[in-house]
Design a protein around this ligand. Structure first.
Ligand SMILES: [Zn+2]
Length: 123
């Protein structure tokens, strides 16, 4: 159900920014530490988007690798499995440098012209 609440947050954000325009693409940045299942997020997004300007929009998920930074020596490294110790100096005073992202990077909306073109479109 984690993905359901994340999907709701995405749709709410996008609806606000779209200001009534129909959304065709939502570009999302998802940090590895969020442990989001992409297929699941897409499924819930489609579900939550129904009846909003996001309905039928494509959800593009960019995976952001998890990185840590050592406060003592400034080394930064990528992690697959969380191991919160610096490989250079073995220090444990580290901060998460990336991997916590969950943000809408950008959206693509249809212009009024495009909507008209769609209405006129081939029969
Ligand atoms: Zn270090």
């Amino acid at each position: 159900m984690h993905e359901l609440s994340l999907s709701s947050a995405v749709v709410n954000t996008v609806v606000k920014h779209a200001a009534g325009r129909r959304v065709s693409v939502v570009n999302l940045r998802v940090g590895h530490l969020r442990q989001v299942v992409p297929d699941s997020l897409e499924f819930y997004f489609e579900f939550v988007a129904r009846g909003t300007v996001c309905e039928g929009a494509r959800l593009q998920q960019e995976a952001i690798p998890a990185r840590l930074r050592c406060q003592a020596c400034d080394r930064e490294w990528a992690i697959e499995i969380p191991a919160f110790r610096c490989p250079t100096c073995a220090g444990s005073d580290v901060t998460v440098a990336s991997g916590n992202e969950f943000e809408v990077e950008s959206i693509e909306v249809q212009t009024i012209e495009a909507e008209e073109a769609q209405c006129i479109g081939p029969r």
